[in-house]
Design a binder for this molecule. Structure first.
Ligand code: AP5
Length: 240
């Protein structure tokens, strides 16, 4: 584990470079799984637009009600709503020194809004990690995913032995399947990703910020590579 990274991140913060890291990848690529490992190691907040929207749905807010139909169909929630939600979250005190964004930006309009917001804070995107996983593996991952609404745990039926009674191995609550995790919606989500998010990758590739990572390997192997490349990137920033 690259514990040195924490010191390096602090250097970059001390140098006044507010920055965020992006985790990009198709549905099921492992963004949430990797984000949890990386954020725990680096001590930075994990901001996932999908989690924020699901939280609005649980609380029954107006945004949650609007988002519901888009999410259940596998379509993207309108840009203006998602941009406002994420920018507001980035303004919270725990994100004052940066964050890892999971699932945002997903469209060019979102990327441009994020870039503008970060520039206004005197910072920018530090790195964008593209988790690459073959489509057939994505569908198997998503259809076998189970989540815990209580502790936030994410599991896979074949990755970890789960209790036979369907309870969460960490907190004992009942495990659930996300409503958009059925095969027909997953195929649509993958198509939406190709159409809307490929331009986002191109946008950051043109700036030399995208790191390609093979996400079809064991969770810890992928996490080690992501942590190592973030450490290298922070070194570059501190040196520049
Ligand atoms: P969101 O919640 O962001 O879903 P997603 O992008 O489709 O991604 P997932 O959460 O499905 O997958 P993941 O990559 O996080 O994979 P995970 O780590 O869980 O978005 C949901 C919806 O919200 C969207 O469809 C849209 O409607 C809306 N939305 C969200 N953001 C938006 C935005 N910016 N703009 C507009 N609308 C937005 O892993 C998946 C499974 O694989 C798990 O079971 C896990 O255990 C397993 N797994 C993970 N890694 C590995 C590994 N290395 N090997 C084997 N199994 C693994």
């Amino acid at each position: 584990m690259h514990v040195q990274t924490i010191g390096n991140l602090e250097c970059s913060v001390r140098a006044g470079r507010y920055s965020v890291t992006l985790l990009i990848g198709a549905p099921g690529a492992g963004k949430g799984t990797q984000a949890r490992v990386v954020c725990e190691t680096l001590g930075i907040p994990h901001i996932a637009s999908g989690d924020l929207l699901r939280d609005h749905r649980r609380r029954g807010t107006p945004l949650g009600e609007i988002a519901r139909s888009y999410m259940d169909r596998g379509d993207l929630v309108p840009d203006d709503l998602v941009i406002e939600m994420v920018i507001e979250r980035l303004g919270a005190p725990d994100a004052a020194e940066g964050a890892l964004l999971d699932g945002f930006p997903r469209t060019l309009a979102q990327a441009e809004a994020l870039d503008g917001e970060l520039a206004a804070r005197g910072g920018g995107v530090r790195a964008a990690v593209n988790l690459d996983v073959p489509t057939e593996a994505l569908i198997a991952r998503i259809c076998g995913r189970r989540i815990c609404g209580n502790c936030g745990g994410t599991f896979h039926l074949q990755l970890r032995r789960l209790p036979r009674d369907g309870s969460c191995p960490d907190c004992g609550e009942r495990l659930l399947q996300r409503e958009d995790d059925c095969e027909s919606v997953v195929a649509h989500r993958a198509a939406v990703y190709q159409q809307s998010t490929t331009p986002v990758l191109e946008h950051y590739r043109r700036r030399g910020l995208v790191h390609e990572v093979d996400g079809a390997r064991p969770v810890q192997t992928v996490a080690d590579e992501v942590l190592a490349l973030l450490q290298d990137r922070v070194r570059e920033l501190v040196a520049s």
